[in-house]
Design a protein around this ligand. Structure first.
Ligand code: ATP
Ligand code: MG
Length: 200
């Protein structure tokens, strides 16, 4: 008897939930490219970005990637996605993070940013990933106004993903979707070294 009453209540609750979800889905009629930010100190920002790239490529979308950190060309995402037609611009040669040469760092950042700007102005790109962009703004290697302007003026159907810790408040304001990776644990903290296929 009791069980049947519980079942009925469960069905009622589920029916109500279903109606609420359907109403929200019906209300979401907007269609445009979005700005997504993956930020925070936890692991998963770049992997979330490249997961989305994989999804987009799987639907025949055109994707461009700008990576604003000293490039290691043997990264797994490059090895997988470049042969599938994803365009990569990685801050490689000339970038001297280790030598603390600010001038050279800025020059290297600008080379990648010039490519990013071109992609952000071209409606052929469905998705543009600006991996580790946040550090370029935090270090004032790139001009925040210029970055905001290029993202704001992009073609209406183009989506953009920005990754990196400590995202600039203006980019967070501009974004449609923001996820913050929160570190609950990280293997590195218990002495386990970064490993191929997991960390790059
Ligand atoms: P991933 O590329 O694994 O998604 P991420 O993009 O969120 O990481 P980054 O700071 O860009 O984070 O990562 C650079 C490298 O540092 C990666 O190899 C990543 O595994 C590692 N890493 C990320 N978060 C942490 C952390 N909290 N402690 C130590 N190492 C980390
Ligand atoms: Mg990253």
């Amino acid at each position: 008897m009791e069980t049947r009453a519980n079942d009925a209540r469960h069905r009622q609750r589920q029916q109500k939930l279903k109606e609420q979800v359907e109403a929200r889905v019906a209300a979401a009629t907007g269609k445009k490219g979005i700005l997504i930010v993956f930020t925070g100190n936890g692991k998963g920002k770049s992997t979330a970005a490249f997961g989305t790239v994989t999804r987009a490529v799987g639907h025949g979308k055109t994707v461009g990637v700008a990576q604003f950190i000293k490039g290691q060309w043997d990264n797994g995402e490059y090895n997988t996605l470049h042969p599938l037609g994803v365009e990569f611009h990685i801050m490689g040669t000339g970038f001297t993070w280790e030598t603390q040469n600010r001038e050279a760092d800025i020059a290297a950042a600008l080379v990648v940013w010039t490519e990013a700007q071109r992609m952000l102005a071209d409606p052929q790109y469905d998705l543009v990933v600006l991996d580790e962009l946040t550090y370029m703004l935090a270090y004032h290697y790139l001009d925040t106004d210029a970055v905001i302007a290029a993202i704001t003026a992009r073609p209406a159907q183009q989506s953009v993903i920005v990754t990196g810790r400590g995202c600039h408040a203006r980019l967070l304001d501009l974004a449609d979707t923001v996820s913050e990776m929160r570190p609950v644990k990280h293997a590195f903290d218990s002495g386990i070294q970064a490993q191929v296929g997991i960390d790059w």
